[in-house]
Ligand binder design. Structure first.
Ligand SMILES: [Zn+2]
Length: 112
């Protein structure tokens, strides 16, 4: 019994969340806000009372930082698991189902 490795991949198109100079500045700003959010969220968690506020604050702040440094969440077409990948990558292996996913980045600003 042989496994067909070639059939085990999908192809998806993803809109790249990257812009021009404004986007570059926006990335720096969101990076700083992200760090601030993590510190603030950590402070909230330390007081224990605000752990309900602090925990999601840290999570969203981390998401901000990830998008700022060029990471983006891409949904696996096979199992819908949201993988975090670099926007320079053209393929990745899904963390959950191990499907090889080919990513075709589309730039909405350039194509026009
Ligand atoms: Zn998957």
């Amino acid at each position: 019994m042989e496994k067909e490795a070639e059939s085990n991949y999908c192809r998806i198109e993803v809109i790249k969340k990257r812009g021009n100079i404004v986007g570059y500045l926006g990335r720096i700003v969101s990076f700083l806000i992200g760090i601030f959010g993590i510190l603030l969220g950590a402070l909230c968690c330390l007081t224990l009372i605000d752990i309900i506020v602090g925990y999601p604050m840290i999570l969203s702040a981390m998401g901000l930082i990830m998008s700022a440094v060029g990471y983006q969440k891409v949904e696996c077409p096979a199992c819908a698991f949201r993988n975090l990948i670099e926007t320079d990558f053209h393929n990745f292996d899904c963390e959950r189902c191990n499907t090889r996913v080919l990513v075709v980045w589309t730039d909405p600003g350039k194509s026009l």
